[in-house]
Design a protein around this ligand. Structure first.
Ligand code: ADE
Ligand code: ZN
Length: 348
């Protein structure tokens, strides 16, 4: 039976700010797309595929993640991928999402930028109409490719500028510091894109990468960023700039040895704008509700703390201020109606 807390989490309207659309490719869909595209996968069935998902750090995860993308070839494939995520996450009461896509992982295989964004865009429109979920796109550069390749990708994306809210940086952080992409992000900022970057958990030079994000790139948000807790001054600066941090507990469990729920609690206690997200839900099994539940259970968070995490999701989003306020009111109303219903039940 579901606990009162689980029902509370499920009932709240939520925002997701850190999810890689390619990381939502579930094995069942991967098989279906392989068949449609006449490709043979090296697995007998879905369970054999899941068994092959062996990773315990970022590079070993990324190898499986990129390999999985081989089935994404046509516009329809990107449409099906994105619509499946929107259907699933909307069923968990996620009402707003800002999600990543990795164009270089496709253009480097001969799939055009137009094919990728065309399919995703169509899914965004249909997802909003069918499931009522509003979304925005963040284009990530792969940090283990060159800065020149990132700049070329930015230039290819310029005609689609109105469809992309911000740019980010993902993939293998080792020896690929934020500074490597300073000019690309400067250009992106001047073109009007909002800026974020992955500061993955427990990486070599995590803290100095975080400082680079702040001082050299002037990011508008930080993806992950748990290691900021190692530097008091850094935490103070993140708070002073009111930057959101998009933390991904179940992902952390796979690539960083634990959910980092104690760190999430510490961030909340400091007043940092920490949010909860699913990262790559098909590989780190769990969407929004499972991530919130995992942290709540491990850290024994109160409803007020869960509510703060959910509120942070909207206030750290890149929505216009009045839309944030509207969503935050919906959260409060949902919390109040949940409380009223429980009080009525208690009275009976
Ligand atoms: N690409 C997809 N998921 C990622 C993650 N968690 N970190 C870095 N790059 C990624
Ligand atoms: Zn990520």
């Amino acid at each position: 039976m579901k606990s009162d807390m689980q029902r509370f989490i499920e009932h709240l309207p939520k925002a997701e700010l850190h999810m890689h659309i390619e990381g939502s490719l579930e094995p069942e869909l991967k098989f279906r797309l392989a068949e449609r595209n006449g490709l043979e996968l090296p697995y007998e069935d879905v369970s054999a595929m899941r068994r092959a998902y062996q990773f315990d750090d970022l590079p070993s995860f990324l190898a499986v993640y990129y390999e999985g993308m081989s089935v994404l070839l046509e516009e329809e494939d990107f449409y099906d991928l994105a619509l499946a995520y929107l259907r699933k996450t909307a069923s968990q009461n996620v009402v707003y999402a800002e999600f990543f896509f990795d164009p270089q992982a496709h253009t480097s295989r001969g799939v055009s930028f137009d094919t990728v964004i065309g399919g995703i865009r169509r899914a965004q429109v249909d997802g909003e109409r069918e499931y009522g979920i509003r979304t925005n796109l963040i284009m990530c550069f792969l940090r283990d490719m060159t800065a020149e390749s990132a700049m070329e990708t930015l230039e290819i994306a310029l005609p689609y500028k109105d469809l992309i809210l911000g740019v980010g940086l993902d993939s293998d952080e080792r020896n690929n510091p934020p500074l490597k992409f300073r000019e690309v992000f400067e250009r992106a900022g001047s073109e009007g894109f909002l800026l974020t970057m992955h500061c993955d958990v427990d990486q070599q030079d995590s803290v100095s990468h975080l400082w680079q994000c702040m001082n050299e790139i002037s990011v508008n948000r930080i993806d992950h960023g748990v290691n900021s807790l190692e530097d008091e001054r850094l935490c103070d600066e993140i708070i002073a700039r009111d930057l959101g941090l998009t933390v991904c507990p179940i992902s952390n469990g796979y690539v960083a040895g634990g959910l980092k729920s104690a760190e999430i609690t510490a961030m909340l206690e400091k007043g940092m704008k920490v949010t909860i997200n699913s990262d790559d839900p098909a590989y780190f099994p769990g969407y929004m509700n499972e991530n919130l539940t995992a942290v709540q259970e491990e850290a024994a968070l109160s409803k007020d703390q869960v509510l703060q995490l959910v509120r942070n999701g909207f206030s750290a989003s890149w929505l216009p201020a009045e839309d944030k306020e509207r969503y935050l009111r919906r959260v409060t109303e949902s919390w109040q109606s949940n409380t009223d219903t429980r009080e009525q039940a208690d009275e009976k």
